[in-house]
Design a protein around this ligand. Structure first.
Ligand SMILES: Nc1nc2c(ncn2[C@@H]2O[C@H](COP(=O)(O)OP(=O)(O)O)[C@@H](O)[C@H]2O)c(=O)[nH]1
Ligand SMILES: [Mg+2]
Length: 301
């Protein structure tokens, strides 16, 4: 029951299991599932280098002071390639780790578009261990920020003024997802222009998101941000149940589709119809779509 007590080693082990060992992961999820789904999930997204990790490092300390018990999962799509990013995050986040917050980098695996199973279950582990909120850091790279808003109860988008493409980023879809927009690095010039631009593009929308300036360097705006998050955790509580139900539906579909995919993948290798139409394709008497349709039809019979 070390996991329930929030023991660091037990959590680390459990997350490794859901990342690497599907069989053990099933046993684990069976044990903890009933006690999950009760923490606020805060997604923090934005371009690489916008200061998400630095900001989280400070924010969790402020949130602890406000009486919450945050944990952090940093999803880094590049971490499995170089490993460097993990170290970067770890180093930058040591301050908050020392204060007793659980922080971990996890690889975002799986097909693009699919929130990986391991992320869902890592969140469950942290919920079971008594953490609330669970903060997810994800690099805004195309699909991921949209995805993060699917699992997060609160979505935070981080911009900063020293990147010329910030306005482009704002236009490119991030306008829809944020509950809070941060203009971080507000110690740099261009902050007010960017703040005004964000206000113009996003502030007037019906959702009425909150827009704040923060600077990790100057340690300004962090307390306000932490307080805003805490208040929002409370105010969003009434939507949590509905969101959970939707997420479970999406997860169930994922699992069923995956099961089918694996099953059928195995069947195709020895399927006569498949090899028949493969030959026709290879000899160019059918095009790929035609061959695909024929095989699919025969499988669904
Ligand atoms: N000037 C300034 N630099 C910052 C601020 N916050 C973060 N940085 C720097 O921006 C760089 C990227 O920060 P990081 O937290 O790794 O960004 P992430 O990729 O979004 O997680 C680092 O060199 C930080 O020291 C800030 O408020 N002001
Ligand atoms: Mg980071």
């Amino acid at each position: 029951m070390d996991l329930k007590k929030g023991k660091r080693g037990a959590i680390a082990k459990a997350i490794s299991i859901v990342e690497n060992d599907p069989k053990e992961a099933r046993k684990l999820v069976k044990k903890i599932f009933k006690d999950s789904g009760n923490s606020s999930v805060i997604g923090i997204t934005g371009p690489a280098g916008s200061g998400k990790s630095s900001l989280i490092n400070k924010t969790v300390i402020a949130m602890k002071k406000l009486g919450t018990k945050p944990a952090v999962l940093a999803i880094d799509p590049t971490s499995h390639i170089t490993g460097g990013a993990i170290l970067g995050d770890r180093v930058r986040m040591t301050e908050s780790t020392d204060s007793g917050t659980y922080i971990r980098s996890i690889a975002s695996r799986g097909a693009s578009g699919a929130i990986s199973n391991s992320l869902r279950n890592s969140i469950r582990i942290l919920e079971y261990s008594g953490f609330n909120p669970i903060i997810i850091e994800s690099v805004g790279a195309g699909q991921t920020e949209v995805e993060i808003s699917n699992i997060a109860d609160i979505t935070v988008v981080v911009f900063n003024p020293n990147t010329g493409d910030s306005i482009q980023t704002i236009k490119a879809g991030l306008t829809e997802i944020g509950d809070i927009y941060l203009v971080n690095k507000s110690d740099l010039s261009g902050t007010n222009q960017l703040f005004d631009a964000v206000l113009d593009y996003i502030g007037g929308t019906e959702r009425n998101p909150i827009i704040l300036k923060t600077s990790v360097k100057k340690n300004s705006g962090i307390t306000v941000f932490a307080k805003t998050l805490k208040d929002m955790m409370k105010s969003k509580k009434k939507f949590k149940q509905d969101k959970n139900q939707e997420r479970l539906e999406a997860e169930l579909k994922d699992i069923v589709l995956n099961n089918f995919k694996e099953k059928i993948d195995g069947m195709l290798d020895s399927d006569k119809i498949f090899s028949k139409y493969l030959k026709k394709l290879q000899s160019k008497s059918l095009d790929p779509f035609e061959a695909g349709d024929k095989i699919t039809k025969s499988l669904l019979k």
